[in-house]
Design a protein around this ligand. Sequence first.
Ligand SMILES: *Cc1c(COP(=O)(O)O)cnc(C)c1O
Length: 337
Amino acid sequence: MSHVGLPFVHVFGESLELFREVLNATKDAQPFVIAGSGTLGWDMVASNLCEKEDNALVLHTGYVWLFCYLLILPLLIDRYFGDSFAECLEIYGANVTQLKAPIGSRPSLSQIEQALRSKQYKILTITHVDTSTGVLSDIKSIAELTRRVSPSTLVVVDGVCSVGCEEINFSEWDLDIVLTASQKALGVPPGLSLLLASSRAMKVFHNRKGPETSYFASWKKWLPIMQAYESRKPMYFATPPVQLIYALNTSLKQILERPLADRLADHKKGSQMVKDFVEKTLGLKTLPDSRAESANGMTAVWIPEGVKLQELLPKIASQQVVFAGGLHKEIASMLQF
Ligand SMILES: *Cc1c(COP(=O)(O)O)cnc(C)c1O
């Protein structure tokens, strides 16, 4: 199928509009949908919005000192979302400050306020749902706080594990970036990096002092392409993954078939049932400190003392149930079934 043929041009243009709709965003928000995984969204943020020595505040939802391990075991480290975003920002030259919280919790609003008052930050990043702990961040309150305390700081949300299953009102909450990937709650095969940028973020990009610091991730290259497809005209920078964008179009239409609020309510209801069963019937503990800070699209469970994951997972798998073995280096092995 041609990537400049009319049928595809229509599907791509429409997908950009539908993506905006899934995030409850107004027309001035700029979508980017490019070939890559969620991680490419970090590179887009770092290379287009940050310049050398810009300050970035990275909020962690439950990670403790991976850095020690980084020095000793560089090859064994897997990715943790706040840490990896911080690492990506640093590679592009930003000065990163990390605000950490113990596993299972998140930095408090007063800690965030204190940090925002201590320095002028160009961007603040939040992982909406931390996939390694199941902790949900209150992005609405954090955005509100940022606007009050440090109005020009861009609020960047890693929504890879939340877009499609958690409430996000991009424009009403005044967010600047939400980035995600195709393969989680959007239900599309992996291979697409999706990002929505506010007009405030686009202004920061257009007012850069120096050139953007990536070639493939450059918004200077991609903005005209996205604008062209949205006005149903083909334009070439690098070949889009045509079949994935068809799949995205189908999925976004399924998501928007009925009111988004109903879909999110179903996710929440399903998740509460899982959590009730895990906690009340099985008597196990979930990772987040409270239900209010728990994700609605995933549940992270502590395995009981004495139970070996390596023995448990194959038994669960033999019942046709697939569990992830855990992501967080401090508290799990990477075993997957
Ligand atoms: C999965 C995930 C990522 C990374 O996405 P990839 O598509 O694997 O690059 C980033 N952030 C969060 C919160 C995730 O869950």
